[in-house]
Design a protein around this ligand. Structure first.
Ligand code: ADP
Ligand code: MG
Length: 287
């Protein structure tokens, strides 16, 4: 993947305008937790599982940062994101998104959710799927972007009137990404969002995400299998194993990421460090 500096920042086509800033401020609250997404001792056990999907997870993500989770399958990554999205209730522990419970943050359209498999309404066109979050809650404190512009940026202009069944898997995934981008949420929760995309599209969409992040600094919680993608995109990367999150690794690389950064020794060193942690996580999971 190429780095971000080759693309312009402050992409006006993606900018939500001043009301988006107000929404961000409204989301802030003024308590001590206002600048953080916080999980404290969060545990979730599903029936018939010998180990919990989440096992006392503690996590603090700074507002405006890009936080990535990597890890083997089945260790609880999606469950963690679903808890943050207010879709799964933990058995115990505390969760707050800038001082709000996740369900409340979601209701107020402070959360954009890109699930692992894009959940599109089959009877709605691509355009109507992207418009859905805005139609569901018209009074949400957000400044919508133009859905057709977003779809164009994601290469879906010609597919706007099609139904989900008429799309490839990669196209469906881009529709889910467009839907999350459409209302410029201050928090984006993305569960392997590029998994079904071919490599070239994946780079393009990753660039779009980096442009958007650089311009507006939403808080992103991102799950990926790609260590390289994690290092390119993130401020911090945590390796997950069996219900537990590892100590986050700081990705102390310049922003915006300079072109060719993937070839630098600092980049390779971070990749090596994360791959070693990932190998340990795989070994622990296989046991
Ligand atoms: N709704 C559910 N009902 C029962 N078990 C579940 C459910 N969701 C997840 N699990 C189990 O919880 C564990 C963690 O799942 P998940 O969070 O999807 O992992 P990951 O995203 O890391 O692959 C797995 O063992 C999975 O089978
Ligand atoms: Mg998953």
């Amino acid at each position: 993947m190429r780095a971000a500096a080759s693309t312009p920042t402050g992409n006006t086509a993606l900018s939500p305008g001043p009301s988006g800033q107000e929404a961000r401020a409204a989301a802030a609250g003024d308590g001590p937790e206002a600048g953080l997404i916080l999980l404290s001792k969060v545990t979730k056990r599903f029936p018939k599982m010998s180990t919990p999907a989440l096992d006392g997870v503690d996590l603090a993500i700074r507002r405006g940062s890009f936080f990535t989770i990597v890890g083997p399958s089945g260790v609880g990554k999606s469950t963690l994101l679903r808890v943050l999205a207010g879709l799964t209730k933990p058995d115990s522990g505390q969760v707050s998104v800038f001082g709000e419970p996740p369900a409340e943050a979601s209701r107020r359209k402070h959360l954009g959710w890109v699930p692992q498999s894009p959940a599109l309404l089959p009877w709605r066109s691509v355009l109507d799927n992207v418009k859905l979050p805005l139609q569901l809650n018209r009074r949400a404190e957000c400044q919508p972007r133009d859905p057709e512009t977003i779809l164009g940026l994601l290469g879906l202009s010609d597919a706007m009137d099609r139904l989900p069944a008429q799309l490839s898997g990669g196209m469906r995934q881009r529709v889910a990404i467009a839907r999350a981008f459409s209302f410029a949420p201050p928090v984006l929760l993305m569960d392997e969002p590029f998994g079904a995309l071919d490599e070239i599209t994946r780079e393009h969409v990753a660039h779009l995400l980096l442009d958007l992040w650089q311009a507006e600094r939403p808080t992103v919680v991102f799950v990926t299998h790609s260590v390289t993608e994690a290092v390119v995109l993130s401020d911090q990367v945590s390796v997950m194993r069996q219900g537990k999150l590892g100590q986050p690794v700081d990705i102390a690389l310049p922003r915006p990421r300079p072109e060719g950064i993937e070839d630098s020794e600092a980049f390779h060193e971070l990749e090596r460090e994360l791959r070693a942690l990932l190998r340990e996580a795989f070994a622990a999971t296989a046991r």
